[in-house]
Design a protein around this ligand. Sequence first.
Ligand code: AHR
Length: 523
Amino acid sequence: MLAIMKNSGKVLLLSAVLMAGLAETKSANAQEATVQLQPSATPVVINKNIYGHFAEHLGTCIYGGLYVGEKSSIPNIDGVRNDVVEALKKLKIPLLRWPGGCFADTYHWKDGIGDKAKRPTMINTWWGGVTEDNSFGTHDFLNMCERLGAEPYLAGNVGSGTVQELSEWVQYVNFDGSSPMAKLRKENGRDTPWNVHYWGVGNEAWGCGGNMTAEYYANEYRKYATFMNNYSDKAKLFRIASGASSGDYKWTETLLRDIPHGMLEGVALHHYAVIDWNAKGPASGFTEEQYAATLKQAYLMEELVTKHSAIMDKYDPKKKLALVVDEWGGWYDVEAGTNPGFLFQQNSIRDAVLAGMTLNIFNNHADRVRMANLAQMVNVLQAVILTDKAKMILTPTYHVMEMYNVHQDANLIPLKVLTPDYVFGKESIPAITVSASTDKAGKTHITLTNIDAHKTIAVNIPLGERKANGYTGRILQSAKLQDYNSFEQPNKVAPAAFTGATLKNGLLIVKMPAASVVVLTLN
Ligand code: AHR
């Protein structure tokens, strides 16, 4: 949907049409970008589930971050922290994936129901080797989702579970009649089913989910999916196949070829922005070289969703199936002194720009990308919230997710973007990314990121037919790329009103400061 015409030189070559509107605002050395709003041939809605999150039993994401137990002195309802829930509600979280990740393929859901004092323990073998007491289980998660107003997305255990176990989980949470699992659910205090639509059939089946080949997994998928029943129209299942890692296109091709499409609603994709798995670099205190290298890896998402979508188009030209990017984000070295298995990292302006850029990519591919889950929600990887006992802070990524939620379920405006590159050492990445939509009330929202670490870039947006008298805007930026919010300085990086745009004769010019994220609403 998005055509990017890169220009790393100083003089931009614009079409005659654009030149007419822009001639007087540009100098030969200007750092400028141009965005053309296109007519939409086929209307595409930006599925709100693109703004989904992911919470795994990993480090202090669940225990400490979301759940502190009913007896905690930290204010909670049924053990789930009130402060965190209130902050998450402001994001309008549409969807939450649980219980993993790699953990999901070791998880046995029946261990997490019933009397908490009697639940069996297990070792969390993937994440730190800690003892999991199963005190946060199915009821805790699904009730928390209800409180958040978010749809649950349950990841089923294919790697070490059984077909019957997953089949019974579906019955336990979705069946409204008389059945062994519905009876058990009622005995555990929940009369009505939760009606869970979204189900992952395993996770990373090529790796921690069982080290399977694509062909073998496709067969396993068919078997598991066969016994996942639709119990009512209110609980129509949306089954998601464990997808490729980054550029493993053969994986996607094999699943699309070997799984009958009537048994499948979505295919997953995981991509983390990692410089080098053996030398990830610090989450804060990084160099500009590391900043550029991370964003280069994040920008790869554009190519990945384009190429995986092209394979899906071949097998599913009517685009019935969704591409589900159910793990994405920046991944760095853990903070000094923390458990390496807990994946606790700080979150800086680099992450804000990474999130803004990635969400723009997803929005612009909304015809196929209909769900995505940022990894992860609290205290793990690119978290939106960090906690330290009773304290809680919002990260720069939180603010981007909040600024961008105007796009949820809005109509995508296709764009053509002409942008200079941000060039650093070996890396060269389009400096400006943009996405735009019209919401149900008819308001147009435009989100922009400038990843260039030094240059302000003027983004020219001729509004054409679109009438606007003005705009309101917010910006997220900070003095340094490495700036982050800490428990000592929780509001160092926070959105502020943006007044750096002008609107004259139908031309919107947005001056995007270096390393910034902006949301504009046309009035
Ligand atoms: O998000 C951390 C881990 O990354 C997940 O558990 C796994 O699916 C992926 O490899």
